[in-house]
Design a protein around this ligand. Structure first.
Ligand code: FAD
Length: 331
């Protein structure tokens, strides 16, 4: 079923695309049926430099980018929602894909209320069924069930978790640079009732972003507050560092590192849980990980029920050995 599928192009203040955006473009190509006449359009909201991103977007099958300027700060979700609604109305798009971030989920919920769209958040897959409906897969009830949700409205909005799709290039010898269509959106007074007073970037880190990292090393109460050995392992394998709620509540690491029902939802290719029991509230945010490795001194710890590989042992002994062995193998 050919259609215009929109992809929200999340980017940093520098204009650098968030890596997982290209996964959305790959999913969008399947939904749009580009070979059958459909198209993938990007939506770039904000005045950051877009040109450097165009070649890579072209290689991933994006044919048009709608560059939207707003007369209010687009970091405010009501403003973002109105910008998206404007592009949807203009293009007649039937599907919008966005990354599953806190801001995007709030913005698409507002978009859904305004347009009557069906919305699925935190999806781990998206496809069309035989009737041409958009069907999104997601885990629910703290990761204990997997569901498939068919969107029955004309406009389907899906936020996909990072890592849900493997991004691929378009097989073309000379990929096209997407056409840029600029537009100004004057947002409503309602959208600006809250004013963004200040934005402070968090301390820059050399580690990947937790929500989109391929590898995540997670520490729990068993670390007793010493995240040093975890960080050493994460740095050796290029991973992000996450934590359970116990660890963040204790102040051992910032709350932005919390994974679980009331924290970040992750689906890395590799999750390594260290001194983490695997409580249901934590599982809800990591159960969709590709390969789960657990290091725990208690052989009865619930995390071993979902682990692909487990090490029963004291993390203060196991972690340094593991890091050292990986370092040796990598030469
Ligand atoms: C409404 C609600 C929402 C919640 N949301 C979240 C959430 O989003 N995320 C979250 O994580 N939690 C959440 N929780 C808390 C959750 O229920 C658990 O309490 C929490 O996940 C447990 O964290 P933990 O695994 O670090 O600690 P524990 O359950 O205490 O487990 C510590 C583990 O470390 C092991 N250990 C101890 N010493 C060592 C050692 N030296 N070497 C190796 N292993 C060792 C122990 O055997 C144990 O299995 C929520 C709770 C509620 C009620």
């Amino acid at each position: 079923m050919s259609a215009t599928v929109l992809v929200l192009l999340d980017h940093a203040d520098t204009g650098a695309l968030r890596g997982s955006v290209l996964e959305l473009a790959t999913a969008a190509r399947d939904l749009a049926d580009v070979a059958g006449g459909g198209a993938v359009h990007g939506v770039w909201v904000g005045d950051e430099p877009l040109d450097p991103a165009l070649p890579v977007l072209g290689r991933h099958g994006v044919s048009v980018v709608h560059a939207v300027s707003t007369d209010a700060d687009p970091h405010l979700t009501p403003v973002l929602a109105e910008a998206l609604a404007d592009v949807v109305a203009d293009t007649g798009a039937t599907v919008l894909l966005a990354l599953s971030t806190f801001e995007n989920k709030e913005a698409v919920a507002r978009l859904a209320v305004a347009t009557g769209a069906g919305v699925v958040t935190d999806a781990s897959s998206v496809e069309r069924d035989e009737q041409g409906r958009v069907v999104a897969g997601k885990t629910v009830l703290a990761g204990t069930w997997t569901t498939r949700c068919a969107v029955r409205t004309e406009l389907a909005v899906v936020t996909l978790k990072a890592g849900a799709v493997v991004s691929t290039h378009v097989e073309e010898e000379a990929p096209r640079i997407p056409e840029v269509r600029s537009r100004e959106v004057a947002v409503s007074e309602r959208a600006t009732r809250v004013r963004l007073v200040e934005r402070t970037p968090t301390e820059p880190s050399d580690r990947p972003d937790l929500s989109s990292a391929d590898v995540v090393v997670v520490g729990g109460r068993g670390t007793e507050g010493d995240f040093g050995p975890l960080e050493a392992l994460a740095d050796e394998i290029g991973g992000a560092v996450g934590a359970t709620r116990v660890a963040t509540d204790e102040g051992w690491i910032g709350h932005e590192a919390q994974i679980g029902q009331t924290g970040v939802t992750i689906s890395p290719r590799l999750y390594i849980g260290v001194g983490v029991s695997g409580a249901v509230h934590h599982r809800g945010g990591m159960q969709a990980s590709g390969t789960i490795v657990a290091v725990n001194s208690d052989p009865e710890a619930p995390i071993f029920e979902i682990a692909d590989y487990g090490v029963v042992g004291d993390l203060t002994t196991v972690l340094p050995q593991l890091t050292e062995e990986i370092r040796r193998l990598r030469g």
